[in-house]
Design a protein. Structure first.
Length: 156
């Protein structure tokens, strides 16, 4: 197998796993938000913000997918030769955001759902309710940073 295959596999895994995590996380938060909105539609804006928080991991995975495709010349340039070892390096560089994105988005969805429960009863606690899901986000950002730096550090 040539290196392009491994690099594309890395881009696909980063995008897919982080996207699946975000879909599940947003789904969890949205279920909680829908219950609140059925009782009080005036809280829509606050519910929307808390529901969208777990979606960022999917965007991070997509960003790493684009960085990878750009690195190997699939988009925005001419194709480059990628050895099998380089392709495996790119695949390995994509794994942090893939794995952490999957896990953290699901955890952030649960945390956001709990925050939604707080805001349902005490809307003035919105800032505090956002703090805990944001703490989960920190680990996704760290994984994004490592994947980004690792991909850019690979010489082709």
């Amino acid at each position: 197998m040539n290196g392009i295959f491994f690099a594309l596999l890395g881009a696909s895994i980063a995008t897919a796993l982080a996207g699946v995590g975000s879909a599940r996380g947003v789904g969890s938060a949205a279920q909680a938000a829908m219950g609140v909105l059925s009782e009080d539609s005036s809280k829509f804006g606050k519910m929307l913000v808390l529901t969208l928080l777990p979606g960022t991991q999917g965007l991070y995975g997509l960003l790493i997918g684009f960085v990878t495709l750009s690195k190997i010349g699939i988009i925005g340039g001419t194709s480059v030769q990628v050895s099998s070892l380089q392709g495996l390096e790119i695949l390995a560089a994509c794994l942090p955001i893939a794995i952490v994105g999957l896990i953290s988005a699901k955890a952030q969805g649960k945390t956001a759902a709990a925050g939604i429960g707080i805001v349902a009863r005490r809307p003035e606690q919105f800032a505090k309710a956002m703090l805990f899901p944001a703490m989960v986000e920190t680990y996704a950002i760290l994984a994004l940073l490592i994947s980004f730096l690792a991909i850019n550090g690979i010489s082709l």
